[in-house]
Design a protein around this ligand. Structure first.
Ligand SMILES: Nc1ncnc2c1ncn2[C@@H]1O[C@H](COP(=O)(O)OP(=O)(O)O)[C@@H](O)[C@H]1O
Ligand SMILES: C[C@@](O)(CCOP(=O)(O)O)CC(=O)O
Length: 368
């Protein structure tokens, strides 16, 4: 069964805007139409979804019928006569996820941990928050938008532009792994197009991470992602890891890769394989920002509490008393990627001396 409908556009000859306030307007239909073709799938199509093809934009959206049924189950009854869209209905339609992940403080073993030594780190109660939402139908939003709220910056890539840019890649990654060089080249180009001022150049790596995670998990689907952080950026408190973790968690929560319980309004704590998946993606993000991270920052941001970490293995440190720490922000700008590379350079020149330095804090730990 198939139905086609069309309806024309209009031109307002006089009274535009005034008409909103009760004045008279004169308008005429024009002979440009929007066409809708609506068809029920044939039995052989084995089609269990509601599919929307926005042909002019080359976009297809599909919602499995079972998914819709599950999402709207909490609504007592669904509207069936024309009326304003009820707010709870709109919330289900727009789909919105908030995720947050904490920063960290490394108590001992910073840098040494990159070279296989043990480090001890604790999560702190300052968070990066990510809000990820799919636009409502009325927003007419054909872009992937990233709002960095604290910095007052908005970056937007039209979905069609992303699709065109990535067309040359055979297949896009969909499981966590290092960003392939040709993928990174395309991402770099997409960020360069934004002409980021020199003062904000450190942000570029955060944008690379965003585009890598977003396109790997959600391809080119239009969406709005807003980031805010309680952490100072680039001050050693792990803002990059908490950015990567909260971003990965928010993106995965609205994907098919992990399922979260929609029914609850409170914060959910991810567990088990879901947590591991977020950790893997976040670590790939950290690699983009830091070059060769140890993985301690994302591990602490993911698992919380106080952790002892060595070459990817971690164990929880039992603390019976609440830890109170006084942290001072020196406001001295630093670049973790360059520092990590600098230490590696020193290790290659003075191996013995550097290993003695790395081992010293552990001797202290062992004595206490
Ligand atoms: N809230 C955020 N918004 C955008 N980018 C962020 C945010 N937090 C961290 N980043 C990214 O992480 C980088 C800071 O990482 P890094 O230099 O390792 O410092 P930190 O010690 O805070 O982790 C920023 O330059 C940016 O690329
Ligand atoms: C220097 C290092 O030990 C920690 C980096 O932490 P931060 O991103 O500067 O907060 C590097 C690492 O462990 O990957």
């Amino acid at each position: 069964m198939e139905v086609r409908a069309r309806a024309p556009g209009k031109i307002i000859l006089t009274g535009e805007h005034a008409v909103v306030h009760g004045s008279t307007a004169v308008a005429a239909a024009i002979d440009l139409y929007t066409h809708v073709l609506f068809r029920l799938p044939s039995p052989s199509e084995n089609h269990g979804s509601v599919e929307l093809e926005l042909k002019d934009l080359g976009l297809v959206f599909s919602w499995p019928s079972l998914r819709l049924e599950e999402a709207f189950r909490e609504m007592g009854s669904l509207p069936s006569t024309p009326g304003p869209c009820p707010p709870d209905y709109m919330q289900i339609i727009t789909r919105l996820v908030r995720a947050r992940a904490p920063g960290k403080i490394i108590l001992t073993g910073e840098h040494a941990v990159v070279h296989g030594s043990t480090a001890v780190a604790a999560a702190i109660d300052l968070y990066t928050h990510v809000l990820f939402r799919l636009p409502s139908p009325s927003e007419n939003h054909g872009s992937v938008e990233l709002e960095l709220k604290d910095l007052g910056l908005v970056f937007s890539w039209p979905s069609l532009r992303l699709e065109e840019a990535f067309r040359e890649m055979g297949s896009l990654p969909s499981t966590p792994g290092p960003c392939p060089p040709d993928y990174m080249q395309i991402i770099t180009r997409l960020v360069e197009e934004k002409n980021i001022p020199e003062a904000n150049i450190a942000l570029c790596s955060g944008l690379y991470v965003f585009l890598y995670l977003y396109t790997s998990i959600h391809r080119f689907k239009p969406a709005i992602v807003a980031v805010t952080s309680e952490l100072p950026l680039g001050s050693g408190l792990g803002s990059s890891a908490s950015y990567c973790v909260s971003l990965a968690a928010a993106l995965l929560a609205l994907s098919d890769s992990i399922s979260v319980d929609d029914g609850k309004n409170d914060w959910l704590t991810l567990e088990g394989s879901n947590l591991d998946l977020v950790n893997k993606w976040a670590f790939e993000g950290e690699k983009i920002i830091h070059g060769k991270p140890s993985g301690i920052d994302n591990a602490v941001s993911i698992f919380g509490k106080v952790l002892m970490f060595k070459s990817g293995d971690l164990s929880q440190v039992q603390c019976t008393l609440p830890l109170r720490m006084l942290v001072t922000n020196t406001n001295a700008a630093r670049n973790t990627k360059a520092l990590v590379a600098g230490v590696s350079n020193r290790v290659s020149r003075h191996l013995g001396a550097m290993h003695a330095v790395f081992a010293a804090p552990l001797t202290l730990l062992a004595k206490n």
